[in-house]
Design a protein around this ligand. Structure first.
Ligand SMILES: [Fe+2]
Length: 195
């Protein structure tokens, strides 16, 4: 069996495990934690993710689809972030789990502290952080706010499972703590196939 075939089988097994967890529990903190441990175990099988199978980003980052479910299902990707890539605090509007294959990415988590009543205005407070590196991962609920930064001089290669495929993402909210402001990107949910 080729590496690509073994990778696809492993991705299918991961999604089957994820559905077994969520069909029993829904998307709860403990379900997300259990899913994260499955993804960390998959990411540890580094032989399934040879660098030669995944083109490097020209700049910043790049996501390679590993298994994107039909309809409005989940999306599993191999993500690559070049050294220095960073993202300001943002909220995807959909849960996700990450696990590291190689390299290191530092994540910070934030909590929104304003009432959300003034358009374009937002304040956030840092409430936690985690280093996503081999043997480790992270899980986020639908509206968790996070910022990312690739640290060190090697690309950060990881696996990411999102509740929706990237092409069907909801609106993403970006926060600018230094200005007390926020903006949102358009939702791609209109692209979602009918159930
Ligand atoms: Fe993100």
């Amino acid at each position: 069996m080729t590496v690509a075939t073994r990778r696809l089988r492993a991705a299918e097994k991961l999604l089957a495990d994820v559905h077994a967890i969520t069909s029993k529990e829904g998307i709860t903190p403990s379900a997300l934690h259990a899913m994260k441990l499955k993804l960390v175990a998959l990411a540890a099988r580094v032989e399934l993710f040879p660098a030669s199978d995944f083109a490097m980003p020209v700049a910043g980052g790049r996501s390679h689809p590993l298994l994107v479910e039909d309809g409005d299902g989940h999306g599993l990707y191999l993500t690559i972030g070049l050294p220095g890539k960073e993202a300001a605090p943002h909220d995807h509007g959909i849960w996700c789990i990450n696990a590291s294959v190689s390299g290191r990415e530092h994540l910070e988590f934030f909590r929104r502290t304003d009432a959300g009543t003034q358009p374009g205005h937002a304040t956030v407070l840092k409430v936690g952080e985690v280093m996503v590196e081999p043997g480790n991962g992270m899980a986020m609920a639908d509206h968790d706010i996070h910022a990312t930064r690739v640290v060190g001089d090697r690309p950060a290669v990881g696996l990411a499972l999102y509740g929706y495929a990237l092409v069907r993402f909801p609106s993403v909210a970006w926060y600018h703590p230094q200005f007390g402001s926020m903006r949102t990107t358009p939702s791609r949910r209109h692209a979602a196939a009918p159930a």
